[in-house]
Design a protein. Sequence first.
Length: 72
Amino acid sequence: MHVLQLQSAPGSHAFSQDLGQQVAWLGGQDVKQARIRLHPEELGSLDVSVSVTHGRVDVVINAQHPAAVTAV
């Protein structure tokens, strides 16, 4: 499993852009599963599953902390 790190805090303007870039990178690299560690560390991480089939991209994100759910 790939492990990535986001430096921007959930709820910040940069967070959604950074998360989108990480997920797009995963899809482009044909990575099926990854864990994205959040900052601050108390928010845990996001487990991301990416599936590309016939030009369709499905992304499933599971968050460990309620504040991370709100941010996503």
